[in-house]
Design a protein around this ligand. Structure first.
Ligand SMILES: C[S@@+](CC[C@H](N)C(=O)[O-])C[C@H]1O[C@@H](n2cnc3c(N)ncnc32)[C@H](O)[C@@H]1O
Length: 274
């Protein structure tokens, strides 16, 4: 399990916005850091995953920033925080003390867990480790109000409307779920693309990538463990948070203006006192 990202790690630098946080998303977090610094003398911060863009946020002096990721290969290759600040572990069972963190951040990773139980378990764990008044800022990938089909996505690629692989991933993953595949897997994603684009050069050209990269992704497919994606609507997440006995208050729902931004909202949640 922990090495399941071994191939992904080699291609990680090709992952672009909106599968990574954009400037507007980071600005939301910066604003919350200012507010937290007024309430707490120094911050214990936990990054779920190894999103290194977070390291460049305007952290208050004395902040202690750590990462929690279950893949040692991702920690080794992608966490550029100080040595020893990344912990290997599962978000569903965090190896951290209750009420020990002032802020927890997660970028576009909840959909990698099962919906709804595992994703709710992560929210429960975050509520457990946050101090009262601590913040959980999570960028979600959510289903659009109007779904589209898998063939419609292929048509959009050919029409030049999906210009890179990150945009294609988000649109096709969600179209696959809308067409009844649940959870969507990395293998199904690549297998469908290969059958829809027998000439990989065509896909590469439409999505500003190169055929060799696509070819390699396809050839690694069977060796790679299956990775699942499970999406829900923003309303489903808000409903889930509301069902958690008042553990969190939703302080902000930020919808960015970049392309597909409506599918990438950030929720700013405050942990309530018991
Ligand atoms: C945070 S997510 C999404 C990436 C993010 N958008 C970014 O820009 O870095 C990817 C990370 O989540 C980690 N991960 C996935 N499921 C996990 C789990 N249940 N527990 C701990 N880490 C997990 C993976 O190992 C991977 O490094």
């Amino acid at each position: 399990m922990s090495e399941q990202w071994a191939y992904t790690t080699k291609t990680w630098d090709r992952i672009t916005e909106p599968l990574k946080p954009g400037a507007a998303d980071l600005a939301v977090i910066s604003g919350q850091l200012l507010l937290l610094a007024e309430r707490f003398d120094s911050l214990n911060a936990l990054v779920l995953g190894v999103t290194k863009d977070y390291l460049d946020l305007p952290w208050p002096t004395g902040s202690n920033i750590r990462a929690l990721d279950n893949a040692s290969v991702m920690i080794r290759n992608h966490w550029s925080g100080e040595s020893g600040t990344a912990v290997q572990g599962d978000w569903c069972q965090m190896p951290l003390q209750s009420e020990s963190q002032h802020i927890v951040l997660l970028d576009a990773g909840l959909c990698l867990l099962g919906w709804p139980d595992e994703q709710k378990q992560v929210l429960e764990e975050v509520a457990r480790i946050l101090v009262p008044d601590g913040m959980f800022i999570v960028r979600l990938l959510v289903l659009p109000h109007e779904t589209e089909s898998m063939p419609a996505v292929v048509q959009a690629v050919r029409a030049g409307e999906i210009t890179d692989l990150s945009l294609l991933r988000i649109r096709l993953w969600m179209a696959m779920q809308a067409d009844g595949i649940f959870p969507v897997t990395n293998r199904q994603f690549w297998t469908f693309l290969a059958s829809s684009f027998p000439d990989l050069a065509e896909l590469a050209q439409c999505c500003s990538t190169d055929s060799a990269y696509l070819q390699e992704a396809l050839s690694k497919l069977q060796a790679e463990p299956v990775r699942n994606f499970a999406f829900a609507a923003l309303e489903d997440y808000v409903h889930m948070i509301d069902s958690m006995d008042g553990q969190f208050s939703v302080k902000e729902k930020f919808i960015p203006e970049y392309h597909l931004g409506e599918r990438c909202p950030t929720l700013v949640l405050r942990k309530n006192a018991a």
